[in-house]
Design a protein around this ligand. Structure first.
Ligand SMILES: [Zn+2]
Length: 123
């Protein structure tokens, strides 16, 4: 089990799962500015345990992805996204949660292996 929270603690979560063998860094215009590292989970493994009034959402481009962040401290927390296949298709049903691994408790995301996805050229 993994737990984590934003900087101020108003948004906290629990994941019924393990830290992936590789985290993901994306080069798209949004991720490059935001600087977080993604850990992906099926929605049923991800549970918000604390959200106060500060859970906020940013959407851009296709608006299909809900990028959640804490409106109090500004940390990107998680993104609720269609589970796109590598070719960009989607079955219109399956979703995927990308959690900001930098928020995990007792974990140094900078020491973890990272895979880079070329979001800058993919979308
Ligand atoms: Zn916060």
């Amino acid at each position: 089990m993994i737990s984590g929270s934003c900087h101020c603690g108003q948004v906290a979560f629990r994941i019924d799962g393990e830290i992936p063998a590789q985290l993901t860094r994306c080069t798209c215009s949004f991720c490059a500015k935001r600087g977080l590292l993604h850990a992906y989970y099926p929605p049923e493994q991800f549970h918000i345990t604390e959200s106060g009034d500060s859970d906020a959402i940013y959407r851009w481009q296709t608006k299909l992805v809900a990028h959640h962040f804490c409106a109090a401290c500004g940390c990107g927390t998680f993104s609720d996204s269609p589970a796109f296949k590598p070719d960009g298709s989607w079955d219109k049903t399956t979703r995927r949660i990308s959690v900001n691994a930098r928020l995990f408790d007792n974990f140094d995301a900078d020491l973890a292996p990272v895979e880079v996805i070329d979001g800058k050229n993919l979308w």
